[in-house]
Design a protein around this ligand. Structure first.
Ligand SMILES: NC(=O)c1ccc[n+]([C@@H]2O[C@H](COP(=O)([O-])OP(=O)(O)OC[C@H]3O[C@@H](n4cnc5c(N)ncnc54)[C@H](O)[C@@H]3O)[C@@H](O)[C@H]2O)c1
Length: 311
């Protein structure tokens, strides 16, 4: 297949590029590098089956040419805003990068007759709840502009899938960790400790408790779902059903860096407005499809720290 991947120079997108090429697909990756990095895909540049195009998905003329020339069989849409705090300060960020990129990609697919679509969704569409989250959970009440942008995306994807017969796979990830990350709690802690090895300032009280999944595990899960789920419209939770507290992550980062830093908590039950202090996943649907993460949440966090430190 000739596959188009958006956000291909991003954290998860670059790993998905590796995995799709290993499966023998021809790949075009698009990214405007607003959050992604060319280093993430340097090793792929110049390869016969790989093409990278630096472009903004919202540039309609350029994107129409790319779709016209590419004759893609499938689109994996991963481009979005991944800086949730920034999106909280300026709602236009998630309106444009998280929602409008999706809407534009759907429009290009309709216009150029692309019939297979994968979408990277998120736990953030559920909002704040202590219930166990599964595919049918509701009502969905996002508390961040990012979550709202993803939920609005899912609504249009549903309508486009049905109206224009686009076979669709949506997977909802929790926190994803691993090498090449561009953001997130481990990334922040390592950078803070590199600046000040004596003290780590942790946003919130450290009790925030969420599932973390190792990026290569997640990518294997994405491909498993796309290869094995055969309905016209497929929605799956993907990740880990175990969880890790932020204070455990802080302790692991300090230990792996060989430091004796003091931890200072800023207080409150969450890191920032729009942060969800805790959630958990029910993964029975994807387990029945034959996929389970190889690593627990704690193992994923530990592995991601070690990879980030070059161990
Ligand atoms: N990392 C996580 O924990 C996590 C959790 C749930 C869902 N997701 C979703 O997975 C996807 C990948 O996330 P990630 O962590 O790799 O983030 P990332 O920021 O590393 O990747 C997103 C990429 O999209 C690109 N992009 C944004 N707007 C664009 C535009 N207008 N045109 C072209 N490219 C554009 C960015 O430059 C970036 O490279 C996103 O859709 C994200 O919402 C991530």
């Amino acid at each position: 297949m000739h596959v188009l991947i958006t956000g291909g120079a991003g954290f998860i997108g670059s790993h998905l590029c590796d995995a799709l090429l290993a499966k023998g697909h021809k790949l075009t990756a698009i990214d405007n590098l607003v959050l992604g990095r060319k280093e993430n895909i340097f090793h792929l540049l110049g390869g016969n089956d790989f093409e990278f195009i630096e472009e903004d998905l919202l540039h309609e003329k350029a994107m129409r040419d790319i779709f016209k020339n590419g004759k893609f069989d499938m689109v994996y849409h991963l481009a979005a805003n991944s800086d949730i705090q920034k999106g909280g300060k300026d709602p236009m960020v998630d309106y444009n990068l998280t929602f409008n990129t999706t809407f534009h990609v759907l429009q290009y697919m309709k216009e150029f007759g692309v019939k297979k679509f994968f979408f990277a969704s998120t736990s953030a569409i559920y909002g704040e709840t202590y219930d166990v989250l599964d595919e049918d959970y509701g009502p969905l009440r996002p508390v961040s502009n990012y979550g709202a942008g993803k939920l609005a995306s899912e609504a249009f994807i549903s309508a486009f899938s049905l109206t224009y017969q686009i076979q669709t796979w949506i997977t909802r990830f929790p926190n994803v960790v691993g090498e090449r990350f561009t953001h997130g709690v481990i990334y922040d802690f390592i950078h803070k400790l590199q600046k000040n090895p004596a003290e780590l300032v942790v946003l919130g009280n450290g009790e925030q408790c969420k599932p973390y999944v190792y990026v290569k595990d997640l990518v294997a899960g994405i491909l498993h779902v796309v290869e094995h789920a055969t309905d016209p419209y497929n929605v799956y939770m993907l990740g880990s059903d175990t969880r890790t507290k932020v204070k455990e992550i802080a302790a692991m980062v300090i230990e792996e860096m060989g430091l004796e830093a003091k931890i200072k908590y800023t207080g409150g039950d969450r890191g920032w407005a729009g942060d969800v202090p805790e959630f958990r996943y029910d993964l029975s649907k994807v387990n029945r499809l034959g996929w389970k993460a190889a690593y627990t949440s704690n193992e994923s966090v530990r592995l991601a720290i070690q990879k980030a430190l070059g161990k």
